[in-house]
Design a protein. Structure first.
Length: 146
């Protein structure tokens, strides 16, 4: 199966079984954000995890290699059209330079890793409207001189 076909099969199986990403991640003993990303083709699974995902979602054996395939992390749209994704894009546009300045002031000249990285999404109940709490945790990687 092609990666795109597996992604579609994952999403359809999740929906037809009434599962949540959090529930699937819980069965795997892994983080919700990473599992969701891997199921959507943006991370590669180990053979053990791919086997478990295929079992949980009743996917055909032909899905396993695509779940294990190394991703090409690209996206097609320069400006996202989905309102939620656009807001994240907008946050980086408005606060990106600020985050860069603050991170480099605290750590020095370098970047935050997206490889040695984790992310979590929580719901914070609030009487004025529930809040989305996104925590990104990436290793600092200093630039080298040689």
């Amino acid at each position: 199966m092609k990666k795109e076909e597996v992604i579609e099969a994952v999403v359809l199986a999740k929906k037809s079984k009434g599962l949540t990403w959090e529930g699937i991640a819980g069965e795997l003993g892994m983080g919700t954000v990473w599992v969701t990303s891997a199921c959507l083709g943006m991370n590669s699974m180990t053979e053990e995890v791919a086997d478990k995902v295929c079992k949980i979602l009743d996917l055909p054996a032909a899905a396993k290699p695509a779940l294990m395939e190394y991703p090409t992390k690209t996206w097609e749209k320069s400006v996202p059209q989905d309102p939620l994704i656009y807001r994240l894009y907008e946050i980086v546009g408005v606060y990106g330079d600020t985050l860069k300045e603050v991170i480099q002031e605290k750590f020095g000249d370098g970047i935050m890793s997206a490889i040695d990285f984790s992310m979590d999404v929580e719901k914070e109940e609030n009487p004025k409207g529930d809040r989305v709490v996104i925590t990104m945790n990436g290793k600092f990687l200093p630039y080298k001189a040689w």
